[in-house]
Design a protein around this ligand. Structure first.
Ligand code: BT5
Length: 311
């Protein structure tokens, strides 16, 4: 966000402030202050102007500036009413050298899951991609998927749903998929160049606009309309805090897991592994026990089996 707009918002968040005071504090002209105020009004902020100064009466329901307003994490938000895919846009920004940007959209027309699967992203959902440049080896990338899953589960739990994480990248409510995560990166073996963590949450969308399957749900279906601005801010802040407190990620994931202690079938490039999921290991591998033998899987599609199913 432009620095002076950010400072205007921060000054306004503390109560009424006059144009001349803002101009003095920010060392910009009164005309520039007025331009920023008009820009905020255009973005949907209701700002009144009284004898005691400008005052924010209401913040828009959603959008880039609305999410940045009061966000306690150092990210710029690039908002689109509609876009092909926020991950594709974030990858584009990465090649321009950008970092610490969140691409956020109300609707995606070409949303993607893993292995280029389609991801339904109707208007009303929460579709975002976080672009980072971590100084870490490429092998650590899966920990960002874990952190995103924990952040997502924590954020949606605040709306009242009992969200749990299915390895490696789904957030479920009573076995139904509410959210999916797609992490993409580029780098050398010893260092990540950029990393894009894409998170999709079926927020204010009816299940009639989602894939026609029993095992899909939305926040609207579970608890009714939610405050997407607040949800987005909580999600980004949780994610930011987790990636800066790495020791917390795996334990937090264990606490919120729907997969541990379950019988699972995991399809990997090297075949199928079936057994009991007994643990998760840094940076994100699942440990499966089959007849007393342990197998560690790093990538794959996981199915939860009923106790009676499988070998
Ligand atoms: C995922 O893939 O779960 C990762 C989804 C990531 C989406 C976000 S949205 C923001 C960012 N921009 C993007 O373009 N992508 C990311 P996967 O585990 O492969 O699951 C995909 C499967 O989930 C599909 O094959 C469908 O069966 C199902 N599916 C599609 N849309 C869904 C939805 N909205 N909710 C639940 N399930 C869905």
């Amino acid at each position: 966000m432009q620095e002076s707009r950010e400072r205007i918002l921060s000054a306004l968040s503390e109560g009424p402030v006059t144009g001349p005071e803002l101009a003095d504090d920010l060392e910009i002209s009164r005309a520039a202050v007025w331009k920023h105020i008009e820009e905020l009004r255009d973005a949907g902020f209701e700002i009144t102007s009284t004898g005691s100064g400008y005052e924010i009466e209401s913040v828009p329901e959603f959008g880039g500036i609305a999410v940045e307003f009061g966000l306690e994490a150092p990210f710029e938000i690039e908002y689109h009413d509609s876009i092909g895919s926020t991950n594709a846009r974030a990858r584009g920004l990465a090649t321009e050298g950008r970092e610490n940007v969140v691409v956020l959209a109300d609707e995606q027309t070409g949303g993607r899951g893993r292995l280029d699967r389609e991801w339904s992203s109707p208007s009303g959902g929460l579709w975002l991609s976080i672009l980072l440049r971590p100084t870490r080896p490429a092998t650590h990338a899966p920990v960002y998927t874990l952190a995103a899953a924990v952040a997502t589960a924590r954020a949606v739990r605040e709306t009242g749903v009992d969200a749990r994480i299915k390895w490696p990248n789904d957030v479920l409510v009573e076995g139904r998929k509410l959210s999916g995560i797609l992490t993409e990166m580029e780098g050398e073996a010893d260092r990540i160049s950029w990393l894009v963590v894409g998170i999709g949450i079926n927020a204010n969308v009816g299940t009639d606009r989602l894939p026609d399957r029993e095992d899909v749900t939305s926040l609207q279906a579970e608890v009714g309309e939610v405050d997407r601005r607040n949800l987005t801010q909580t999600l980004i802040t949780e994610f930011h805090e987790l990636v800066h407190d790495e020791g917390e990620i795996v334990p937090a994931w264990r606490d919120l897991s729907a997969t541990l202690d379950r019988r699972v079938r995991v399809e990997t490039a090297n075949g199928t592994v079936e057994g009991r999921a007994i643990d998760i290991e840094f940076p994100g591998s699942l440990v499966i026990e089959t007849d007393g033998e342990e197998t560690v899987v790093t990538v794959g599609d996981c199915t939860h089996l009923r106790a009676s199913e499988g070998a």
